[in-house]
Design a protein around this ligand. Sequence first.
Ligand code: NAP
Length: 281
Amino acid sequence: MTVPTITLNDQTKIPQLGFGVFQVPPDQTAKTVLNAFEVGYRHIDTAQMYENEAGVGEAIASSGIPRDELYITTKLNNGFHRPDDARRSLDESLSRLGLDQVDLFLIHWPLPTRYDGDFVTTWRTMAEFVEDGRARSVGVSNFEPAHLERIVSETGVVPVLNQVEVHPFFGNEDVRAACAKHDIAVEAWAPIARGKVAEDATITGIADRLGRTPAQVALRWHVQRGDIVFPKTVTPERMQENFDIFDFELSDDDMSTITALDRGEEGRGGPHPDTFDMIPD
Ligand code: NAP
């Protein structure tokens, strides 16, 4: 099965389906990522905050997969927004991952209530990493429309993508529209609403009719909307299930029915980026 790629605004290509490792315990990460490679995943989404970059690095090293066949994302931790901290932390990530360059480095959260509200300086620092070659592309995560407007208008540097919560119960349409306006791709985190898509009668109804699972239907919905997804699972059977989404299609009717499950703000499962201010110890 070939995973399609999306061309980003800097002309690099990213596999539209990847594998997320949030909450994969550090001591299980290497084995889990190797299982994912075995299934066929080549795009891995980690973060400094997940404390499992070393396990991802171990899997990359022992997999024997050529570096240019992999797409590796990591994210700047919340405590490292000051320029020197960001520079040092990227070096540390590269060392843990065993890489000279990450494919994508993201600001994990905008933290508008921290650092005197200055995420623009952090974004300028991120741009350095493309210049010096330590990141092939840079982007953001959890940026609301106002945050995107500010970094684009004040720096002229447009992120390649914005990684935000999106799933059938939280369409996050304002953010998706702001991204579309600037040709910023959308990565949908918690794409299967952390398993909750399997509890929804509309989604299970469509899945039963198509002989698919609720997770496959939800992932297919994202892909047909043009977003990038990287479901997380530690279960090998689910890795395979989540990978097998390119041999069927949802009709326009099914797409609209799933889109209509959007509950707006009520459907949000994670924290709101305007107020989230957690800095890990
Ligand atoms: P998710 O992928 O929507 O859901 C993961 C949960 O669903 C796990 O509990 C998993 O259980 C279960 N699951 C996986 N496949 C399943 C299937 N086929 N059927 C039923 N249940 C299934 O949520 P997520 O991990 O929060 O999001 C995905 C990735 O997005 C993360 O790993 C991370 O890389 C990224 N993320 C980014 C941010 C951010 O702030 N930028 C925030 C959250 C997540 P098992 O593992 O037990 O199988």
